[in-house]
Design a protein around this ligand. Structure first.
Ligand SMILES: Cc1ncc(C[n+]2csc(CCOP(=O)(O)OP(=O)(O)O)c2C)c(N)n1
Ligand code: SF4
Ligand SMILES: [Mg+2]
Length: 292
């Protein structure tokens, strides 16, 4: 049955700058949820976890259950929610500062653990909410308030890092290609395991890479890339290292996809007593505590 997208709207006023790439991610996320609900995924099982930053306001703009986490801690929160209730469809939304700076260790270990969650990173290559300081993915030479002379070091390549850390679904999207990003988010949710989607998200105020990206971007699925081939995936991941190299080509799409045991399955197999009884008789608990 056709799902009415308006059901995902909230009362919150949108405060993103006009033209911000976050709008594309919001539209894609809503569209993906709507289409998944139409395919039979229950709306009340979707759970959104956000970090702190411009990206994190997505929490206010999608009417699904969720948790506004803290900067750098989207992944441990999302994993904990999934372990506590494996029936939930957990979607994490983090920033590049959030995920690749403050939360780097969580990112690497989440890729290794393979909990069945989907992580979307709004990668605008700056700490935008705090007014445009350099993050690990800002290009060399980037001038911001924390790097007035220009950032000197090479950027981090999160797609290659996720592959090396063992992520079972690794993708890159572009926030202004909403249709393609909707597809990637849906594929991420359908993937059984940790689905990581790095999204190039131009920040029109502090880091507008839209013209640069538009000229260099191509789609992996249009060049016959085989996402089951790890070596090929790594080769494609290394084509662009987030520097604004004028010669670079920027692949978007699914780099790698493989099936492995998930964290929840592993926990329940090795530690059978891990399963907790969630049916609590609150009346009895309150009576025992002599509250009623
Ligand atoms: C633990 C912690 N460290 C630092 C901050 C300050 N802080 C808030 S938002 C932000 C920048 C967020 O950057 P990013 O994650 O890239 O998100 P964006 O704003 O670019 O979407 C920072 C550093 C904070 N709120 N909490
Ligand atoms: S500062 Fe940048 S990321 Fe934040 S809302 Fe404005 S354009 Fe978007
Ligand atoms: Mg950012």
């Amino acid at each position: 049955m056709k799902f009415d997208l308006k059901k995902l709207d909230t009362y919150a006023e949108n405060t993103w700058c006009p033209g911000c790439g976050n709008f594309g991610i919001l539209t894609a996320a809503k569209q993906a949820v709507a289409e998944l609900v139409e395919e039979g995924y229950p709306l009340n099982k979707f759970t959104l976890v956000a970090g702190i930053g411009c990206h994190a306001k997505i929490y206010d703009y999608i009417n699904i259950n969720g948790f506004y986490s803290i900067h750098g801690r989207v992944l441990p929160t999302a994993i904990a929610i999934k372990l506590a209730n494996p029936e939930l469809i957990v979607l994490g939304f983090g920033g590049d500062g959030d995920t690749y700076a403050e939360g780097t260790a969580h990112f690497i270990h989440a890729a290794r653990y393979n909990a069945d969650i989907t992580m979307v990173v709004h990668n605008n290559q700056v700490f935008a909410l705090t007014t445009g300081q350099a993050t690990p993915t800002s290009e060399r030479g980037y001038r911001g308030k924390s790097t007035p002379e220009g950032k000197w070091e090479e950027p981090m390549n999160p797609v290659a890092l996720a592959l090396m850390a063992g992520a079972t679904f690794v993708a890159r999207g572009y926030s202004y290609d909403v249709k393609h990003l909707t597809w990637l988010i849906k594929e991420g949710v359908k993937h059984r395991g940790f689905a990581f989607i790095d999204v190039i998200q131009p920040c029109v105020t502090f880091h507008n890479v839209a013209p640069y990206v538009r000229e260099r971007m191509y789609k992996l699925e249009e060049v016959g890339h085989d996402p089951s081939n790890f070596e090929e995936a790594l080769k494609r991941a290394l084509e662009w290292n987030y520097d604004l190299d004028p010669k670079a080509k920027i692949p978007i799409g699914i780099f790698y996809k493989v099936e492995k045991e998930t964290m929840e399955e592993g926990y329940n197999r090795r530690i059978p007593y891990y399963k907790v009884e969630r049916k609590v008789d609150w009346k009895q608990v309150l009576a025992e505590k002599k509250i009623i």
